[in-house]
Design a protein around this ligand. Structure first.
Ligand SMILES: *[C@@H]1O[C@H](CO)[C@@H](O)[C@H](O)[C@H]1NC(C)=O
Ligand SMILES: *[C@@H]1O[C@H](CO)[C@@H](O)[C@H](O)[C@H]1NC(C)=O
Ligand SMILES: *[C@@H]1O[C@H](CO)[C@@H](O)[C@H](O)[C@H]1NC(C)=O
Length: 437
């Protein structure tokens, strides 16, 4: 008898469950999208939850807001067979099961940023073969099975930043032949295998910053076409080897002492940003003939001659702020006209003669802030630097009597320089726009 009752109760519960299986409804807007606000799906409801909307067969976009879903109910993709974009950002999602997206045949964008996903199982996105954008940033992903991204041959953007990855399985990106942009920043990656990206024939932008990489073979991205940007900042690299097809390399805050080029016949590099590393000379950077921006600020450079800048025939912006320069020299015999912006702030100049820049006549902006300049000499500013529109002098220690000749030159030129009272230290006076004492 007791047994029978138990069975009756269980059957009743089962019936109730299916009769009252959770249904999430939304109203389709004119743009074929709908929002599900405040939806709640617990782990035992994932497989039974159903969806409803007016005209579900044409719905293209679903957006969750203020929702708490343990997982994405697969019924969504059966009810909305034309779904192209699903945004479940910040929705408390904890799990993705293998083939969760088996029916997501038209899905192109999947936004799962800011959830609580710990792992991506085998064939996690199997079925969603039209996917182009997959945002998994800011989760707690520590494990990605090697087939998790299987068959995502149209995927262009994969965002895995701010997770807990310490390693990546060989082959995990092998099917991503259309992938253009990959974000892996802010994980705990200790190494990246040289063959990890061998299947990613279209990759042109990669962010591996804020990991724990001791080595990273940038040269593996040598291809016949150009690779746009690699950001390897805030790792523990001491060497970078730059392939000829790379256009921009950013590697701030490593321990880089050596920069190499693997180019034998010209390089595509236009931007090289290496602040906060351990380089001791501009000449340690090999020649890149198309380089436009070279940022070596906050390294350990003690000497600089403008001849080093002339090695880069297209260089426009040179940043050497925050080094240990006490002076600069110039052994150039012919002028260079490409260099237009020179940053020398936060060095240790006490005296500087601007005539040292006479072979850089097209300079537009010169930054000398926060040195210890007491005197800045120049003869014929307007004539030597006819296009210099700005000189930045804040945070120095100019002597008032010594700055009169400089002021005269400045007033006769187009160069803006003026400081304000706020730029001066307490004991300083502001005289004709220059703080001095
Ligand atoms: C996804 O939703 C979040 C808020 O829930 C919003 O901030 C974000 O812009 C949306 N993303 C897209 C691509 O619509
Ligand atoms: C790479 O990611 C870091 C951290 O999120 C970010 O600050 C940086 O701007 C990104 N790099 C590029 C080139 O977008
Ligand atoms: C080097 O580059 C020039 C022009 O960019 C090209 O004509 C030449 O064939 C290249 N040589 C080699 C060995 O690739």
């Amino acid at each position: 008898m007791v047994k029978l009752w138990a069975i009756v109760v269980m059957v009743a519960i089962a019936l109730l469950r299916s009769t009252f299986a959770k249904q999430l409804s939304c109203t389709m807007e004119l743009d074929r999208s709908c929002s599900l606000i405040g939806a709640k799906v617990s782990s035992d409801e994932i497989l039974t939850t159903t969806f409803a909307s007016s005209n579900p067969s044409t719905l293209s976009t679903v957006q969750f807001a203020r929702s708490s879903l343990t997982g994405i109910p697969p019924a969504m993709f059966q009810t909305f067979p034309k779904l192209e974009s699903l945004n479940a950002t910040g929705s408390d999602i904890k799990q993705i099961q293998s083939r969760n997206f088996a029916d997501a045949k038209t899905l192109q964008s999947l936004y799962l940023r800011g959830n609580k996903i710990h792992d991506l199982p085998d064939v996690a996105f199997f079925g969603a073969s039209r996917l182009q954008t997959l945002d998994l940033s800011d989760n707690a992903i520590a494990t990605i099975e090697s087939t998790a991204f299987k068959r995502l041959r149209e995927l262009k953007t994969l965002l895995l930043g701010s997770n807990s990855l310490t390693e990546l399985q060989p082959g995990v990106f092998d099917d991503l032949s259309d992938l253009e942009r990959l974000e892996l920043q802010q994980n705990g990656l200790g190494s990246i295998d040289d063959r990890l990206f061998q299947g990613c024939h279209s990759l042109t932008a990669l962010n591996v910053s804020h990991n724990a990489l001791k080595t990273f073979n940038v040269a593996q991205f040598e291809r016949r076409w150009s690779f746009d940007l690699i950001d390897a900042s805030y790792n523990k690299l001491s060497v970078v080897r730059i392939p000829p097809n790379l256009r921009q390399l950013v590697a701030i805050g490593n321990g880089i002492r050596t920069v190499e080029s693997t180019a034998t016949n010209g390089s595509e590099l236009i931007l090289l940003k290496l602040p906060h590393n351990k380089l001791t000379s501009v000449d340690e950077v090999p020649v890149f003939d198309k380089l436009i921006t070279l940022d070596l600020s906050f390294n350990r450079i003690r000497e600089f001659d403008f001849r080093s800048a002339a090695r880069f025939g297209k260089l426009v912006l040179l940043k050497l702020d925050g080094n240990q320069l006490e002076s600069v020299s110039n052994s150039l015999t012919a002028p260079i006209t490409h260099l237009k912006y020179v940053h020398l702030a936060d060095n240790q100049f006490t005296h500087l003669d601007l005539n040292v820049l006479r072979t850089v006549p097209r300079i537009l902006k010169l930054d000398l802030r926060r040195n210890q300049l007491e005197r800045l000499a120049v003869t014929d500013l307007a004539g030597s630097f006819p296009v210099m529109v700005r000189i930045m002098l804040e945070g120095n220690r100019f002597r008032c009597p010594d700055s009169r000749p400089l002021l005269k030159e400045l007033k006769e030129s187009i160069t803006a320089y003026a400081m304000t009272r706020n730029d001066c230290r307490k004991e300083e006076n502001l005289i004709d726009g220059i703080c001095c004492s």
